[in-house]
Design a protein around this ligand. Structure first.
Ligand SMILES: *Cc1c(COP(=O)(O)O)cnc(C)c1O
Length: 467
């Protein structure tokens, strides 16, 4: 054994203690440190590989010295950019153990990992009130879950044409229409990866002043298309204004038209953890496949998302992976290597499993309601100050706003100033062609005080910029 490896084997506990101390510093420092790092000048993309290594303790020290200050405060209580969750204590502790245990979570027989994954998938299904016959599997993120959903839709459409696309490919088939309203950009990426092509996506009109699909436009499109099977990608929570497509009305169309319904509920789906919000997704049970992220509103560390489906056999057709040493899948399969794009897989269900057991229905309902209340409150503060313009009603946990009368440059300046100030981090976006700032509130640690601190910083910076 190389002497550095031998040294680290004897120092194992000291190495873990050092990592624990670094984690503790970071976690306790989150409310005080800048909400996001400001990495202006590019960091070196190259580093000389040492001949004789430094050993783990020295490398931990090196990282802390050179880079720890350049980490984003993403898991902190005032990081409101994009749609960013934190990690609950149970999920974080579990995530440490995931790397320690280093299980290959693909098949039953030599580890409990797939059983824990099945339990986590089922507990989340219960939390969100989804049908008992749905099955699910963990993947790395909603983009990958959307890809799996599209791949299942593709296989279903093949069957409608009497073709096994997983076996024989797409060549020679007519192109597959994909309808959506305000679909997330990852849908296009999924269509590209699945070989259906980004141009297969036909974006339909939205309801006036909304980000939700105009279902009458969908019906018209389905009617005009004739009896060709298609895919409908519905949104259960758009990124800007957290608008929901009318799933019940879309589901009704399934009586008359042949389409696969995939619902992207990456973060909006989690609103169903609160009984009061579940009506936003009525009709969900008609979905053929559904995406939900664990690393956003469920506050599980990156990376984890789930794809649920009512069509397990199709999933096995697409993702099965047989070889001399990998047995053929059975139909009631829980061998995840036959269900997802990955072969070797991280034990990524454990943080979700521990977090769901640690906080239960009540904990998650409280998190959802507290975040929505924080967003409502921030919206109210913004609307009460004439320097700002609320760009959309606060539907759930995201606030879209800008400077009143501010052009793109003024809003960009406010975004930049807040980033440098560090009190909170918001991301820029556009809504109806207008530049806006977005505050997406998804973190388990966020309180009313964080909203007041954020608003005070916005007021201070707006006043400075106006000078
Ligand atoms: C974030 C998001 C995605 C992409 O999710 P990743 O986990 O980043 O891959 C897809 N759809 C919606 C609605 C999202 O909010």
């Amino acid at each position: 054994m190389h002497d550095r490896l031998k040294q680290d084997l004897t120092e194992f506990d000291a190495i873990l203690d050092r990592a624990r101390a670094m984690a503790s510093d970071y976690l306790h420092g989150l409310p005080q440190r800048p909400a996001a790092a400001d990495v202006l000048s590019p960091l070196p993309a190259r580093m000389d590989l040492p001949g004789r290594g430094e050993g783990a303790q020295a490398v931990l020290q090196r990282f802390e010295r050179d880079y720890a200050a350049l980490l984003s405060g993403g898991p902190g209580p005032r990081y409101f950019g994009f749609v960013t969750g934190g990690g609950t204590p149970a999920a974080l502790a579990a995530d440490w153990l995931v790397s320690t245990y280093d299980q290959n979570a693909q098949r039953n027989g030599d580890t409990c990992a797939p059983a824990i994954e099945a339990q986590a998938v089922d507990m989340l299904r219960q939390l969100l009130g989804w049908p008992a016959h749905w099955t699910g599997a963990c993947v790395t993120g909603a983009t990958m879950a959307n890809y799996v959903g599209v791949a299942l839709a593709r296989q279903w459409i093949g069957h409608q044409h009497g073709r096994d696309i997983a076996a024989d490919g797409l060549l020679g088939l007519p192109s597959i229409p994909v309808y959506a309203g305000g679909a997330h950009s990852s849908t296009s990426k999924a269509l590209s990866m699945a070989g259906l092509g980004r141009h297969a996506l036909r974006s339909l009109p939205l309801l006036p002043g909304r980000e939700a699909l105009d279902v009458t436009a969908l019906e018209r499109a389905l009617h005009e298309q004739g009896d060709i099977p298609s895919i409908v990608v519905a949104s259960a929570g758009t990124v800007n204004t957290v608008d929901f497509d009318d799933l019940a009305a879309i589901a009704d169309l399934k009586q008359r038209y042949r389409f696969w319904l995939h619902v992207d509920a990456a973060f909006g789906g989690v609103a169903a953890a609160s009984e009061q919000r579940r009506h936003l997704m009525s009709g969900m049970e008609a979905a053929d496949s559904v995406t939900v992220d664990a690393h956003k509103w469920l506050n599980v560390p990156y990376d984890c998302a789930l794809l649920y489906t009512a069509h397990l056999p199709l999933q096995i057709e697409v993702f099965q992976n047989r070889s001399a040493y990998l047995p053929a899948p059975a139909v009631a399969e829980d061998n995840y290597l036959h269900l997802t794009p990955e072969n070797s897989r991280r034990f990524r269900a454990l943080p979700l499993w521990m977090s769901l057991l640690a906080y239960g229905r009540e904990g998650y309902a409280e998190l959802v309601e507290r975040n929505c209340e924080a967003a409502r409150y921030l919206g109210e503060l913004i609307a009460s100050d004439s320097r700002f313009r609320l760009a959309a009603p606060v539907r759930l946990n995201v606030v879209c706003f800008g400077l009143a009368g501010g052009d793109a440059a003024a809003n960009a300046a406010l975004h930049r100033a807040l980033h440098q100030d560090g009190t909170a981090y918001l991301s820029p976006s556009t809504l109806e062609g207008q530049p806006i700032l977005r505050a997406a509130i998804c973190n388990w640690r966020t309180t009313r005080d964080d909203i007041e601190l954020t608003f005070a910083a916005l007021q201070r910076l707006a006043a400075t910029l106006a000078k």
